[in-house]
Structures are given as C-alpha cells and as structure tokens.
Design a protein around this ligand. Structure first.
Ligand code: OGA
Ligand code: ZN
Ligand code: ZN
Length: 392
C-alpha cells in the first residue's frame, strides 16, 4: 500500500458506541485475527494492536451491555472468556459472535482511539508554568457568553496557566453566579456559595477588611480546598487594592532547585491550618507543598493568617520557619509575582490549589471596592471543556 491509499478518506459507517466525544474520524479496520485470549486488529493507517477478548466483551455497546439512555455500563465482567469468538470485519468495522450467541459490533475508530498502549488525544491542556514574562490571557465577556470558541479559550487558558481574565462584563449584581453556573454548581464553603469581598463591620476574615492580603490560597484549612476561584470586580475606586498573583508550582520548583532541603521540609511536614469564628472551627493538617509519586507538585496550601501554631518536635521548628521564609521570599519576588488592578466588569479566575492570590491594602475613605466571588470544582471546568469539544 502506498501513502496515498493510507490517507484516503474513510467512508465506513459509524457504529454507535454510547460515546459522545468524537471517534469516527479514524481509519477502517483491514484485518482481524481472534485466537487464544486475544484479538489482533489492523487498521488502514498501518496501526496494529492486541486486545484481550475480556476487554472487548466488557466494552460491548449493545443495549443489553450498555444502557441505551444513560450510556452507562450494564455488563459485569464476572464470567471469564474461554473461547475466542468468531471475528469478522463488516464495512471496516468489527463484529464478534461470542460462543454464547451474543453479538458485539465495534466502531473501528473507537477501537483505534482505545488500542492498548495508546494515549488518548488530549482535550485538557497540560499545565504550563509561568515564564518570567507571563501575561494572562484575556477573553471578553461577550465572547465567553456568545460563542463556544470564546468559552473554550477561557477554559483552556485557566487549565493551562492556572489563571485567566475576563474583560468587559456588566456591572450587575450576581453576574459571577450566572457565569459560574454555566459551568457547574458553585462550591459552598463556610463563607457561603457566593461571597462579597468588601470591608465590613465585624469581619470574620481578613478579606473582609481593607488590609493588604499577602499571597495566599483560600481555605487550606479544609481537607479539600476549593479548586477554582472566580472574583468579579463590581467597584474598585478606592486608593490601593491592586491584585497580586504568583504561580505557586513555578515558585516551588524554583525552591526545589535553589534549596532542596527547604523544599523537602515544606513537602514532607504536615502542619495545621485553622479557621474559627462563632459558628465554625475548621481545621486540617497537611504540608504546604503536596507532591505526587513522581515528585510533581499537586497542591500548594499557603495562608499565613489561618496557619495554626506549629505542632512539631522542638528540633524541627526552626528549620520549618527557615524553609517557609525562603518560599515566601520566592513567591513575593518580582520573578514570580504578577501585579495589576482589576477594573470594574473584569473577572479573574484562578486555580486556588496552584496559583496564590493577594491584594494591596486599600483606603475605604477614598472610594469603594467591591468584588463578588465563588468557587468551582476543577472537574466541572474540565467537563465543560470536553462538552464544548464534542462534534456538532
Ligand atoms: C479573598 C481574597 C482578594 C481581593 O476574598 O479570598 O483574597 O482582591 N480577595 O480582595
Ligand atoms: Zn452486548
Ligand atoms: Zn483569598
């Protein structure tokens, strides 16, 4: 076969696989051989793969094996498959006649996407650390609400950079809730599902004063801090009150290079975080930096005013403070810090478990400052991007 034949358009019929994401744009099958516990499949693009028969039986998409409306699996893989089915190709797709008389039909493209050893094509962008010249992506409110491509651009930047700006929104109470609810349910916390950030009498949180807020993550005192924070600016006339942000993962990676011992201490030492007011006392114990099995960062918990007193052996306390100081200095260095004033009608969204945020102090006697905020789960952000990436 020559290259022209390999890239010829594929006109095989598409088999319904109980799947809403795209899979039809893939080559036809050219050969199948079922023997022993495997089926070996070959496609027109030269790909070949070995599928365990049990896997194929488990993934039958007929109405008996997969619910026709919910698309969820009905089949339970308890009986081992001991005899190879009769396997044939029909119009480039696969048909298996199992020994018990059950018939399974598979779309060639669906199998091509899922062939063992194949990574799925990424819809969700990889995280990209901020470079020193990082500048946030801006998406206009009109594009976000008016087009799938605008909303996709916003979601993609948020997942990639951990931060994205929306410009030109209406100065309307609760607009932040309407925008959030396009994506998913607002995540409630002890501050409510939707909160107002302005200086208030009897504040129960530093954000509700006019004080400056050093870089922090919200609610590290919860076992599961909120993933994504939205802050919508309605008024910002007071002197001061500029926003600051830093990529916590990038700063932690710098710390790892410059001071591996400080990184080790912050990633291996659980400390206590705690919030208390008249109604609540919410506390959890976790390290400032969490890493996965490959030593990659998965979470930063950093909030100096709800850090509880250190409960560590005496000999470990001074070393912990030294490590904390090093990380604080890196976060607040100009190399890692982003600094700008939010304009009324702008909304900032950021990954609260990666990107730290803060603000400069403001003077409430010089004007008003009012933000409305809420939180969303990362699962909803990723889900929305997958949905908006489906074929029409
Ligand atoms: C907050 C917060 C920042 C600001 O509400 O958690 O950090 O700009 N607010 O007021
Ligand atoms: Zn079936
Ligand atoms: Zn905050």
């Amino acid at each position: 076969m020559n290259a022209t034949t390999l890239s010829a358009p594929d006109t095989r019929p598409v088999i319904a696989m109980g799947e809403l994401s795209a899979y039809s744009d893939a080559p036809a099958l050219t050969d199948v051989l079922a023997s022993g516990a495997r089926a070996t499949l070959s496609w027109a693009d030269g790909a070949q793969a070995h599928f365990p028969l049990m896997w194929l039986r488990d993934n039958c998409a007929c109405v008996a094996c997969r619910h026709a409306i919910t698309r969820e699996r009905l089949y339970v893989p308890l009986a081992p498959i001991t005899t190879a089915p009769e396997a044939k190709l029909h119009d480039g797709n696969l048909i298996l006649n199992w020994q018990d008389g059950h018939v399974s039909t598979f779309d060639a493209g669906w199998l091509h996407q899922r062939r063992p050893g194949q990574e799925p094509a990424p819809v969700i962008p990889a995280r990209r650390p901020w470079a020193t010249d990082f500048a946030p992506t801006h998406v206009s409110h009109a594009d976000f609400v008016g087009s799938a491509s605008g909303e996709r651009a916003w979601l993609t930047a948020l997942l990639r950079d951990g931060l994205v700006l929306m410009d030109g929104g209406p100065l309307a109470d609760e607009e932040v809730s309407r925008l959030a609810e396009r994506i998913g349910p607002m995540r409630p916390t002890n501050f409510g599902a939707r909160f107002d950030v302005r200086s208030k009498p009897n504040p129960n949180n530093a954000a509700y004063t006019a004080m400056g807020l050093a870089l922090h993550t919200d609610l590290p005192n919860w076992r599961q801090p909120p993933d994504i924070q939205l802050l919508y600016c309605l008024e910002n006339d007071a002197e001061g009150g500029e926003s600051i942000f830093a990529d916590g993962f990038a700063a932690a990676d710098t710390l790892r290079q410059q001071d591996p011992e400080a990184f080790r201490i912050l990633s291996e030492t659980p400390i206590d975080f705690r919030f208390q007011d008249e109604e609540q006392d919410i506390t959890t114990r976790a390290p400032v930096l969490s890493v996965d099995h490959d030593d990659q960062l998965i979470e930063v918990r950093f909030n100096n005013w709800i850090r509880d007193s250190l409960r560590l052996p005496t000999h470990a306390i001074d070393a912990w403070y030294a490590a904390y100081r090093r990380f604080w200095e890196l976060l607040h260095s100009s190399q890692h810090q982003l600094d700008f004033a939010l304009a009324p009608g702008q909304m900032i969204a950021f990954d609260n478990r990666r990107v730290l945020h803060g603000r400069r102090a403001f003077d409430p006697s010089t004007g008003r400052r009012h933000l409305q905020g809420t939180y969303l789960d990362l699962d909803m952000i990723e889900s929305r991007l997958r949905v908006l990436s489906r074929p029409d």
